[in-house]
Design a protein around this ligand. Structure first.
Ligand code: ATP
Length: 710
């Protein structure tokens, strides 16, 4: 189904609001559908019947295929039972975000959706998907996977949590109530560290998660494992206007007591670059936000304790978060004498060194210079201001990303099934639920959106493969006559992104050239993909380009692509962190990461228990502030004055890129899903009546775009 922006609202002849069932429309095209909806809205019928609107897709899909008409009726029968915000298309559940609490997730529904034998007797519901996966898992003793997809803000995370709750209900076991509660709780904890406010969703997941619940053959929960993917680490240092950094920072400022704030050298939120107005944030939280964040802070602490984190673990987490805040406050000044930079105000540097137990001089040197070993000789090069800023931000991102990985790792240690099961563990049945960051199209789309949207293309392809291609293959193999279903095959887009000459390969290649620029990258994209219908050359600036995604056209701005991809964490910074006197911090920078860049799944175990040596009190440090200001910088300047500036940083260009980790982690995820029996949940925005009344085509087009993508 397609709606173009050229839709003519004056054309109101096909749908006149005269049919009770949209399938009875004489002409079933977009204009007729919009007219019909418009008339219904005018008649005050639309709000409680918004599911019918979604069923338009269902009808059209089924009309094309004319396979199981009973299922169409199933979808349309909703109004007589629980008022629901979902429907089915074949085996796909379409859930509509109601944006308000509906009482359809109560005990009554948990009970009703247990061991469902005839789906048609009940209203479509996410609980049905959980129940079907659980029943099938018990019956087949095989791994099940529920892929939840949809645009950002469509309700994937909420659907995921509801399904986990229902699966736990279905176990009906007092076997390990504590464990069951922990599995529910860790979602809230991960949201605090991995979710943030964006323009599309105030609680947007900035990472993908695959939660695998592991069962005994009898269906009792034995444990769980969380796989984290593609945390948007760039958000730690930079984010769009009107957006925010990760929730946990705001929770900390609202929830920590005065003396605790002092312990982490924290004062006011506005004083930190990555949270203040300069980062495009509101500089303060409203009273109700403070109240909410305070409550959430306490909730996180309670969950961490319940899940099994030690007090020392919790202190370490806040210590690293505080270090990230102070680190990003370090600024650099151009030094005319050396062509390098010096640190403007050493207070944040001193604080970071104290918090992470680092040698301050070594840290300062690592921040303003980079060192390589060439032919057995150590070559130190001074960084210019941009390089120093990038290096500092790269460290802040690495600290946050590795902390996040460590938290996931700890969660997995605490939720893992009894290790006495040994090798049998891998053979146990499980249900995995995938909740990836949804498709994004902002006013400004950067490298992060390119990665998220490419991942969504893969999920869409996985969906197409199972729903259409495999079904066709089955019909073919069994000799059942069928018409080829016309669906939007996005296989070519997979090639555009991931092929040997795909955008990510080109980006990686360009990242290896020291003289390459974002502009030369876009030229490269163009020269390889100019003949593809999927690639759009934008004339706005030389840094923009467009991709015709399955979900619509997105215009990307390549500014910063190369830098973001190179992930400029120089070797001397890594060495400095490895020498931290806090063993866990040292391990965070020593453990071998997997090919997908993951710390949580690293084969090298974290063995150290957090131990934090005592450190100077915040007031003492502030008192000293004036005396050490500039003092140490001068000594560092002196030391490096004799060194030659060498702007080409070899270690930077040889490093594994973000793209490389991204591709590997996507491959890892798809591999995991490949062997599972899949279910699909498609989340969608709610169709608001007011929005339907818009005379502009914008919102209608958006709704139909979603339906088109169903
Ligand atoms: N079933 C539901 N009932 C009530 N409110 C809901 C429901 N699903 C979603 N919402 C509301 O919509 C908001 C966005 O939902 P959610 O965070 O699940 O979206 P998402 O698809 O996971 O987005 P993203 O891709 O940005 O992470 C929620 O914070 C909540 O306010």
């Amino acid at each position: 189904m397609r709606v173009t922006s050229e839709y003519d609202h004056s054309y109101r002849t096909a749908g006149k609001g005269e049919v009770d069932d949209l399938s009875k429309l004489e002409f079933l095209d977009e204009q007729a559908l919009i007219n019909e909806l418009y008339v219904r809205y005018k008649n005050g019928q639309i709000y409680f019947k918004f599911c019918e609107e979604l069923n338009l897709s269902l009808i059209q899909y089924r009309q094309k295929n004319d396979i199981k008409n009973r299922e169409i009726q199933e979808g349309l029968n909703i109004k007589n039972r629980f008022r629901s915000s979902s429907t089915y298309i074949g085996d796909v559940l379409i859930a509509v975000n109601p944006f308000k609490q509906l009482n359809i997730y109560e005990k009554e529904q948990h009970k009703a959706y247990s061991k469902v034998r005839f789906r048609s007797l009940l209203t479509p519901h996410v609980f049905w998907v959980a129940d079907a996966a659980y029943q099938r898992m018990l019956f087949h003793k095989a791994t099940q996977c529920i892929a939840v997809s949809g645009e950002s803000g469509a309700g994937k995370t909420e659907s995921t949590k509801l399904m986990i709750q229902h699966i736990i209900y279905l176990c009906k076991s007092d076997f390990d109530k504590e464990l069951q509660k922990k599995i529910v709780d860790v979602n809230t904890l991960l949201e605090a560290f991995g979710n943030a406010q964006t323009c599309m969703n105030s609680n947007s997941s900035r990472f993908g998660k695959f939660v695998q619940i592991i069962f005994s053959d009898e269906g009792q929960i034995l444990g769980a494992k969380v796989y984290d993917y593609l945390l948007e680490k760039s958000r730690v240092v930079n984010h769009g206007p009107g957006e925010r950094n990760y929730h946990i920072f705001y929770y900390m400022f609202s929830g920590l007591e005065k003396e605790e704030l002092d312990y982490y050298y924290l004062d006011s939120l506005e004083n930190f670059r990555i949270l203040g107005t300069s980062a495009g944030c509101k500089a303060y939280l409203t009273k109700s936000e403070i109240k909410y964040c305070k409550m959430m802070f306490q909730a996180q602490k309670d969950i961490m304790k319940r899940v099994g984190f030690l007090d020392e673990d919790i202190t370490l987490i806040f210590t690293i978060l505080a270090a990230v805040l102070h680190l990003t406050n370090i600024s650099f000044c151009q030094d005319e004498e050396t062509d390098g930079v010096y640190i403007d105000d050493e207070y944040p540097l001193e604080v970071v060194s104290n918090l992470l137990c680092l040698d301050q001089e070594i840290l300062a040197t690592a921040l303003i210079s980079s060192s390589n070993v060439t032919k057995g000789e150590k070559v130190v090069s001074l960084k210019n201001k941009d390089q120093a800023n990038d290096g500092r931000d790269a460290l802040a991102k690495a600290l946050y990303e590795r902390l996040f990985g460590w938290i996931v790792h700890q969660i997995n240690e605490l939720l893992q099934p009894n290790s006495a099961l040994g090798e049998k563990l891998d053979l146990l049945p499980s249900i995995g639920i995938l909740d990836m960051s949804g498709f994004e199209n902002f006013s400004l789309n950067s490298f992060e959106q390119l990665c998220i949207n490419a991942a969504n293309e893969h999920l869409q392809f996985y969906f197409n493969e199972h729903i259409f291609l495999q079904e066709e293959e089955e019909y073919f193999n069994e000799g059942i006559p069928f018409d080829i279903v016309d669906f939007q095959n996005n296989e070519d887009l997979i090639e555009v992104f991931m092929g040997p000459l795909g955008l990510f390969a080109l980006l990686d290649e360009e990242s290896k050239f020291p003289r390459a620029s974002d502009s030369s990258l876009v030229e490269k994209f163009y020269s390889h993909w100019k003949n593809s219908d999927r690639y759009v050359r934008s004339r706005a600036t030389d840094l923009t380009f467009g991709i015709n995604h399955y979900a619509g056209r997105v215009i990307y701005n390549a500014k910063g692509f190369l830098e973001k991809n190179r992930d400029n964490l120089s070797q001397n910074i890594i060495e400095c962190l490895k020498n931290s006197n806090i063993e866990v911090v040292s391990e965070l920078f020593s453990v071998e990461r997997t090919e997908s860049g993951s710390i949580s799944r690293s084969a090298t175990a974290f063995i150290a228990k957090p131990y934090l040596p005592s450190r100077p009190k915040s007031n003492d440090l502030r008192r000293q502030r004036d005396s050490f200001l500039q003092k140490r910088t001068k000594s560092i300047k002196k030391r490096i004055q004799t060194l030659k500036t060498n702007t080409i940083q070899k270690d930077k260009l040889n490093q594994v890129t973000v793209t490389c980790h991204f591709r590997n982690s996507l491959a890892e995820l798809l591999d995991k899903m490949k062997d599972a029996e899949p279910f699909f949940v498609r989340d969608n925005f709610k169709i608001l009546a007011e929005q339907l009344s818009l005379e502009t085509t914008e919102y209608s087009t958006k709704i139909f775009k979603q339906k088109q993508n169903l």
